[in-house]
Design a binder for this molecule. Structure first.
Ligand code: IVH
Length: 676
């Protein structure tokens, strides 16, 4: 008896230690985006915990990282009244309106100059999280602002939502037992694209934009669906007993980050409205490069006492405003609807538009995705439509503004417009496909995909060249690219000897692309960039993937039976086997490189960046630091070791000086990280 009890407590200890470890690595991965261990190692930890918990179910607690998978579907959501209303924000649609806001704040407060915090305005779904004694107990949507829906089971599956807050930090801040954190659930562009790709392949509906996808994923009755969507939560508001427990909003953001929440990255203290406008201008140019969509900048009075003094109107605080970037939308006429044949033979309807300028770019085509989408939009040839350009995503039709006077519906052709073969539609799929495996359109798209920036990255192999290579029969599959000769290329239109040589050099250089890019470049159904990375990491070589069965493949995180079946199908096709042999002969990388050994020169050192560096982007600079074992955080605290200051530094610079933290200019930083 005594013995079995001590065994039990050994297990309990191992379980707790594993949970701590997993929580830490979840935080590194999902919040800081700086993983320390590989996905495979992380999985091993989770699997070990799952095994122990399965053997000792009495030891399972709701804050265990295994409890993110979501329980059984429910019938409906309960409604919950918010402790304090979740208000909306007033909008400013121009810098003039932003200045008016500032004038009002100054007048009401009697101060000359106001300190603001500017932060990204996420385009997602707002959410309130309730914590009791540090444990997540409830997640509630905004709803109508007074009452929202209890979506706790779904929210628990979002990895950047902490299930438990670090106890020591809570004590440090003396925050009391009940805590409410408000913020926004979003989906990154990449997760959104991947989701739509999967939806389409599986015959489901596409989401119109990341916001709808995020909102739709939180408000589903089956938490397993939420768990399968890659959602992210950013916190921007902290309430304790219905009050903001710090003196400044910037302090709240720092506290939230310290409690291991993701907070709006790149928030800044702006002294006066001119600094706010400079911030808005700076981010307007850069917002397309962000991994997620923002539709503006939220500007908040930093001083919480002043916030309370300014108070609220019926629907919004007087101390904050949302500056909205001009919409990248435009109306135009659909001249025609044509079809394009893709890499897998799928026919995609495309609207040919009366060319219009949208956000500085001329748009003359817009994808309509599939027949379902055309029906959903109710669009016909001749209609006037609203189109939108978001990020570097291809422009899409938002809705029909006015039906054309002589409108005519689009019909899917019965024969492939490229090769004339029969068109087939499987009953359980949305897509129509050309049945000809050798359709030149497929080859064209496969080549373009193979050469793409995220695949083998062969710069210079664009549409014009690919079209000629296909038409002239110079290339019959992607492996033929590696046998092209200088004379052949130089004889093509729009090609001189020099550009032909450049292209050959690019093709040669592509042989060095790492394994995961090769896997992605092959264009296997359902295998996107992320899946390719996970496969490369798990198997380490293409040959091992090719040999793997469905069962082994599904051991890879995020690979389900459907994806596994598609992979097996790809590798069992004799034509593909031959292709792989030829690619291998050509010298492509079929095995993974061992990951670069990490340096330790900066081990334990924490860096913060402010201002713009000349030689590096923020990502590159951060990479240099992490490659040497250092860490990068978003805000300055007494735990910061170095603040790196570029041109136009923000308030972090002042704070670093106040705290007496070592300040590096770009040259000193470079010297430190490179050791030269
Ligand atoms: S603060 C009382 N900060 O925008 C303060 N809201 O258009 C309320 N939003 O309902 C919100 N990013 O859902 C705040 N950094 C941010 C935000 C943000 C997005 C959303 C939020 C709000 C809506 C108003």
């Amino acid at each position: 008896m005594a013995r079995s009890q001590s065994l039990r407590s050994d297990v309990a200890r191992e379980i707790e230690a594993l949970r701590e470890k997993i929580r830490y690595h979840e935080y590194r991965y999902y919040v800081l985006d700086e993983p320390e261990i590989s996905d495979a190692e992380f999985d091993r930890l989770v699997r070990r915990l799952q095994e122990l918990e399965a053997a000792h179910p009495e030891l399972i607690t709701p804050d265990s990282p295994t409890q993110r998978v979501g329980g059984a579907p429910r019938e409906g959501f309960e409604t919950v009244r918010h402790r304090r209303p979740m208000l909306s924000l007033d909008n400013a649609n121009s810098y003039e309106e932003l200045r008016e806001f500032d004038r009002r704040v100054r007048e009401l407060s009697g101060r000359d100059r106001i300190e603001y915090v500017a932060e990204h305005k996420f385009d997602g779904l707002s959410l309130a999280l309730h914590y009791e004694e540090g444990l997540l107990v409830r997640g509630v949507t905004r709803g109508d602002g007074t009452t929202g829906e209890d979506v706790t089971a779904n929210v628990r599956t979002i990895r950047s939502v902490p299930l438990r807050l670090p106890a020591e930090r809570l004590r440090h801040y003396r925050l009391g037992p009940h805590l409410e954190v408000r913020g926004e659930v979003i989906m990154t562009r990449r997760a959104f694209e991947e989701l739509n790709r999967l939806q389409e392949e599986a015959g489901g509906k596409r989401f119109a934009n990341p916001r709808n996808a995020a909102a739709g994923s939180v408000r589903v009755l089956d938490p397993k669906i939420t768990a399968s969507r890659k959602l992210d939560f950013h916190a921007y508001y902290l309430l304790v007993e219905g009050r903001v427990p710090v003196r400044r909003h910037s302090g709240a953001l720092e506290t939230l980050a310290d409690l291991q929440f993701k907070v709006p990255p790149s928030w800044e203290i702006c002294n006066g409205i001119d600094a706010v406008i400079a911030y808005c201008e700076r981010w307007e140019g850069r917002r397309e490069k962000l991994p997620y969509e923002i539709d503006g900048i939220v500007v908040k009075v930093n001083d919480v006492a002043l916030q309370e003094e300014l108070g609220y109107t019926a629907k919004a605080p007087r101390w904050a405003i949302a500056f909205k970037y001009p919409a990248r939308q435009q109306t135009t006429v659909v001249r025609d609807i044509i079809v394009q044949v893709g890499r897998t033979g799928t026919l995609t309807p495309v609207a040919v538009l009366e060319p219009v300028q949208v956000g500085g770019v001329t748009v003359s085509r817009s994808t309509l995705h599939n027949m379902d989408e055309i029906e959903r939009l109710g669009v016909q040839i001749g209609d006037t439509v609203l189109i939108e350009r978001a990020g570097d995503v291809i422009p899409h039709v938002v809705r029909v503004v006015r039906p054309g006077p002589h409108r005519r519906p689009f019909r899917m052709p019965e024969k492939c417009p490229v090769c004339g073969s029969r068109i087939h539609k499987a009953p359980d799929e949305v897509a129509y496909r050309c049945v000809n495996a050798n359709c030149p359109a497929r080859l064209r798209e496969s080549l373009l995909h193979f050469a793409g920036r995220h695949a083998m990255d062969i710069d210079g192999l664009g549409e014009k060249i690919v079209d000629q290579l296909v038409e002239k029969g110079l290339v019959r599959d992607v492996a033929d690219l590696y046998h092209l000769r200088l004379e052949t290329l130089a004889a093509l239109e729009r090609m001189g000897e020099k550009s032909a040589q450049n292209l050959l050099d690019e093709i040669e250089a592509s042989k060095k692309a790492p394994l995961h890019r090769v896997i992605y470049a092959l264009g296997i159904r359902f295998v996107g960039e992320r899946t390719a990375e996970l496969l490369a990491e798990h198997f380490g070589s293409l040959d091992r993937i090719a040999e793997a069965g469905v069962e082994e493949l599904t051991e890879v995180p995020e690979v389900g039976p459907r994806v596994a079946a598609a992979i097996v199908e790809f590798f069992s096709e004799p034509a593909n086997q031959k292709l792989l042999r030829r690619l291998k002969q050509a010298g492509l990388r079929f095995t993974a490189e061992r990951s670069r050994p990490k340096g330790t020169r900066l081990a334990g050192k924490t860096f913060v960046f402010t201002g713009t560096l000349e030689k590096f982007t923020r990502e590159q600079a951060a990479e240099l630091v992490t490659a040497q074992g250092g860490k990068v955080t978003g805000s300055v605290s007494k735990n910061t070791d170095f603040v790196v200051v570029g041109a136009d530094p923000g308030s972090k610079y002042d704070k670093a000086r106040k705290l007496g933290i070592a300040i590096l200019d770009e040259a000193a930083f470079e010297k430190l990280v490179t050791g030269k």
